[in-house]
Structures are given as structure tokens and as C-alpha cells.
Design a protein around this ligand. Structure first.
Ligand SMILES: *Cc1c(COP(=O)(O)O)cnc(C)c1O
Ligand code: SF4
Length: 358
């Protein structure tokens, strides 16, 4: 029998995009339905049947539900909301490329995702159209990378690049790989979390041809660490592709030390290396997900030294207006002068490190 549940194209084609479909899996009051409809006028919804199956229907604050199902709070703008919170437009020399840091570029190859995360940074653009990059756009972007010999790292993102066919993706990756100054290619994707069946042999065999490739994914909660997700991550790592993770700190979802600890340790068990923990940015209609910065600093402070260093991501704020990622954290240096540095360890005890003469 054709195993449609494990077929990514079936999962993709059968995404939940309307309240009618959502009602079949979640109890929704008339008010809930109205609220979701109002929201859908602004931001679209798409939930893979797989990701929807992780929602506990009786819990309105279920962490999977909160990431997938629109909330009326999205329609209530916050005074600080920005439509381009990371100032990416200003750093885009040609369409589809964001060149902010000296040696690497972001290459946005599609606006399509398999699931539209409620907290998405690029939500204004993402999901607007389902078309991947045009041939002319691709030619132009590749020409830019080729002309800029300082680019040694190309980060393919979107949208989600793994929503494209393997052939289309290979068409893009092979052209990037042919540029001699590009040392590494990275792919940013949420597929291992929301559509793990997309990680097929066909895909990993293709990617293997273009090593070195790195992948970064986006797990936010331990409930996402399912056997299916573990299989997808293992297939990526077994293909020789280092797999990292970026988590967004989200109020009511993962903004407590215990949840974060379970997530980070669970990732390391799956051979996924926590890379960044992002402070939630100022994207429109996601103000209800933002925590105060002290919350993130406190979580990282409580975990540092108490769990494996491998499980600790770097906590960063992607500065509004295009400043890039800025690390924030607890300051373990109590004092520093010409002769000594006084340090605090993870237990709160202080230690002295004598400085060598200058
Ligand atoms: C995050 C980001 C990168 C990659 O940065 P790393 O710190 O190397 O992971 C590159 N370009 C842009 C515009 C980014 O936002
Ligand atoms: S997968 Fe990434 S780009 Fe797509 S909706 Fe989620 S956060 Fe946004």
C-alpha cells in the first residue's frame, strides 16, 4: 500500500490552510473560528498533517499549536513592530541576496514554507507567493556571488529551500558549488521539524555531491523531538552534513529553563548542535511572543556550566535596523585591571586570574 503519511508530497499537498480543515482536528468555538479568519486576512496559515498531529487538542496553550495556529493577538499591532525588522532590504545588493557580513551572504531562494510559523521573522514576505526564484533572478544572484570573491559562505534560505524539488535545489546548489571562492554552502530549513519525511535518500544523496554542506534547522520545543524528526536528523548527519539548530525564545513556549534544557539536551542526543538562541524580533503581529531580554540571559546563565557545553547555543539579538546578530549574556567578569581578572564561575564563586605583564 502507498504509505501516504510518510510521503512528503502528500503531507505538503494536504496541509491545513483553512478553518474548515482545522476544525476537523481541533475543537474550535465560533469565536476561535472568527478570530482565525480575521487573522488569515493578514497572514496565511499552513500546517502539515504531521506537525498538526503533534498538537494536544485539549490544550489551548499547547506549544505546537501556538507556533502553528493563528492567534487574534497577531492582528493587534505593537508600537515597536517593523515590517522589515532586520533591515534586510537595505543590505540587498541584488534581488534574493542579503549581503551584510564581509565573507558570507544570505540567498533567499523561495518564499514558500511547508508550515507558516506564527513567529516568523520574514512573515511579511514569506508565503506571499509560492513561486521559487526565477531563472533570471537566479542568474543574477549567481553572477553577484561570482563577482564577489570575498564570499566564502553562502547560506541558502527563504522561505524554506527544502520545499523545492530536489532537482530545482540541485540546479541552484550546483551553480554555487562551481564558484571556486565559495568554500561552504549552508541550508536553513525547518523541514526536519515540520515535514521530516522530506529528508529522503534522494535528497541526501544529492546534497552529498556538493560537500562541504552544513544545515541549520529550527526546533523550538521538546515536543518536536519525535522519532520522525530524529530519523530525519540522523539521515542528514549520516550523510556527513553537520546539523545545527536555531531556536527562537518564545513567550509561553520555551521561555523557562526546564523546557529549554529538555530541548537542548534532546537536540544533542539527536546529534544536532544548538547554534543560536534568538531573541524574538520585531516582526509584525508577534509582540505576544516576545520576552524581556533578561529572561534569555537568565536561562542561559542557569544552564551554562550545568549542562554540556555542546548543548549551549549562543544567545543573540538580531539588531533591529540591520545591525546583525549581537551576543548578549551574563557577564562572568567581576573586575579586570592591569594585574588581574576576577571571575565568577557557574556556581557564583569568584576566582582570580593573574595577568602576565604587558
Ligand atoms: C544570520 C545571517 C548570516 C549568517 O550568520 P552566521 O553568524 O555566520 O551564522 C548571514 N547573513 C545574514 C544577513 C544573516 O542574518
Ligand atoms: S520555516 Fe522559517 S521562514 Fe518559514 S515560516 Fe517558519 S520561521 Fe518563517
Amino acid at each position: 500500500m502507498f504509505d501516504r503519511w510518510n510521503d512528503w508530497k502528500w503531507q505538503f499537498a494536504n496541509r491545513i490552510t483553512t478553518t474548515e480543515q482545522l476544525k476537523k482536528i481541533l475543537p474550535l468555538s465560533d469565536k476561535d473560528q472568527q478570530d482565525i479568519e480575521t487573522c488569515l486576512g493578514l497572514f496565511r496559515m499552513a500546517i502539515t498533517p504531521y506537525y498538526a498531529s503533534l498538537i494536544r487538542p485539549d490544550d489551548p496553550f499547547d506549544p505546537i499549536r501556538m507556533q502553528a495556529v493563528p492567534s487574534i493577538l497577531e492582528t493587534m499591532p505593537d508600537a515597536n513592530d517593523l515590517s522589515d525588522p532586520l533591515g534586510e532590504t537595505a543590505d540587498s545588493p541584488v534581488p534574493y541576496i542579503v549581503h551584510r557580513y564581509p565573507d558570507r551572504v544570505l540567498f533567499l531562494v523561495t518564499l514558500q514554507c511547508s508550515m507558516y510559523c506564527r513567529h516568523c521573522t520574514r512573515r511579511r514576505a514569506v508565503g506571499e507567493e509560492d513561486r521559487p526564484i526565477t531563472e533570471a533572478g537566479l542568474r543574477n544572484a549567481i553572477a553577484y556571488i561570482r563577482a564577489h570573491t570575498e564570499i566564502r559562505d553562502v547560506l541558502i534560505s527563504g522561505g524554506d529551500p527544502l520545499t523545492m524539488s530536489t532537482a530545482k535545489l540541485e540546479h541552484i546548489i550546483s551553480q554555487i558549488r562551481a564558484i571556486t571562492h565559495v568554500e561552504i554552502i549552508r541550508i536553513g530549513t525547518r523541514v526536519p521539524v515540520v515535514l521530516p519525511m522530506r529528508i529522503t535518500n534522494e535528497l541526501t544523496s544529492m546534497l552529498k555531491k556538493y560537500q562541504p554542506i552544513w544545515i541549520n534547522t529550527h526546533f523550538n520545543h521538546p515536543n518536536e523531538l519525535t522519532p520522525e524528526a530524529a530519523r530525519a536528523c540522523a539521515a542528514i548527519v549520516d550523510a556527513g552534513i553537520p546539523l545545527g539548530n536555531q531556536t527562537v525564545l518564545l513567550r509561553g513556549i520555551n521561555d523557562d529553563t526546564e523546557t529549554m534544557k529538555r530541548l537542548l539536551l534532546g537536540l544533542v542526543k539527536m546529534r544536532v548542535r544548538p547554534y543560536y538562541l534568538y531573541q524574538c524580533d520585531l516582526s509584525c503581529g508577534i509582540g505576544h511572543f516576545r520576552t524581556r531580554v533578561e529572561v534569555g540571559i537568565d536561562i542561559m546563565h542557569r544552564l551554562t556550566g550545568n549542562i554540556s557545553g555542546y548543548a549551549l547555543p549562543k544567545y543573540v539579538i538580531d539588531a533591529p535596523g540591520g545591525g546583525g546578530k549581537i551576543p548578549v549574556g551574563y557577564d562572568y567578569t567581576i573586575s579586570k585591571n592591569d594585574s588581574e581578572v576576577i571571575l565568577e564561575n557557574y556556581r557564583g564563586d569568584s576566582y582570580r586570574y593573574p595577568q602576565p605583564a604587558q
